[in-house]
Design a protein around this ligand. Sequence first.
Ligand code: CS2
Length: 492
Amino acid sequence: MAQLHPDVLSNLPSTVEVPAYDRTKVSVGIVHLGVGAFHRAHQEVYTDTVLAGGSSEWGICGVDLMGPEVRDKLAPQDFLYTVATQSLKGQSLRVVGAMQEMLVGPEDPEALLARMCDPAVRIVSITATEKGYCHDPASGKLNFDHPGIAADMASPDKPTTVVGYVVTALRRRRDAGTDPFTVMSCDNLFQNGRIARMAVISFAGAMDAKFGRWVSDNVAFPCTMVDRITPTTTPDDTARVNSDLGVTDAWPVVCEPFMQWVIEDNFPTGRPAWEDAGAQIVEDVEPFEYMKLRHLNGSHSALSYLGSLAGYETIAACMEDAAYVKFMRTMMDEEITPTLNMPQGVDVGAYKDSLVERFTNPAIKHRTAQIAMDGSQKLPNRICGPVRERLAEGRSIGHLALVVAAWMRFVTGVDEKGNSFDVADPIAAQLKAIGDAAGNDPAALVKGYLGVSEVFGNDLADAQPFVEAVTGWLASLYAKGAAATIAEKYGV
Ligand code: CS2
């Protein structure tokens, strides 16, 4: 089979959507750090639609800061790839053309810095996952002990981290008299723009206080809320896509049909008209971030730990268990929605209905093990925030406490059958050591884990109702297992 390439686009089946514009006329206006599946299924698609509308200055330079794998697969395709949306009706295919080039940070940091300093580049966007900001998730502060940050401080002209690249490129632009680019985070972090800003300003200020102030006064860091369920592409996915495409795409992405992007309108040097592609441009993203991070991502994390413990491999498999669905809905209704303050006209009930439907989509094989990764970075935003707010108001936290107990049970690295498994988390070793020291004693485990201030801050360990609720759930998880615990409490 031929490989996907601009030359074969006209031979693709007529049902496949292809770039309806002359890609050779498009120039790079955005550098995107972190070209994972999510970015390719989301921001690239919106931008592709804008380019099809006639704008030609917003092509994307995709950047991988890890290694050459994605670039090596996409370069022979001239950076075209397929987005395959999956539903019960089957899949629909769209070839996306917004990416103009790819650079691999570790191969040539200087080439990447040069691109970031190109005056035509007006936006540097980021999907680096929660841990990519090298900050303490509970306090939001940049972690200067992080090995990547320490290395970038020592050699700022050979950066390795997102923060290091952004700071050095901004410094060089300032020195050259070039306007700064706007830094747009697209990660699942509450107030992602502020987290990015805090990390960049802390680093810049530690290098040179005057430069730190310049960044603070001159660089915009809009917040965004991003949403599209995009599991890692499997070999089966690739085979299914290629069979319908009739050519070989080395790395398609698969995702759900739904997509949403809410963007704070704060781009002093311009931006693509993403609203023409369906993005919502608003003054304040915060309510939307709360709604999504707490309902969708909070439920995802809940199901990922409770599902993994019960042996459910995907979110859709969890949703086949009526008690799990009841648990998710009850947690949202009773303990998450009341923490929100949504603008008029947003129907939160309909939003939650749609989440249940989206999670149930059996065509999306979103592995619980994938979502369970990096829980130490995810829990503070998704679960600990609402717990803290509700405790302050003397309200119940029983369902949220079950999520925390399930996370604790999971990060011991021993499953319900007594088999060990590797926990993927930046602080996995610390978490395992706490589990090993406490054994299967729920109270000792809770005490040990609540002492991890990176996750729980310095307050939750002393919140007695919370400690008791988590300990009670953890005892049940050890005595009965996750499925029986959920069935007993939420069984219908
Ligand atoms: C998931 C998210 O892996 C995870 O932690 O909760 O990737 C989720 O699928 C996306 O935020 C959906 O927009």
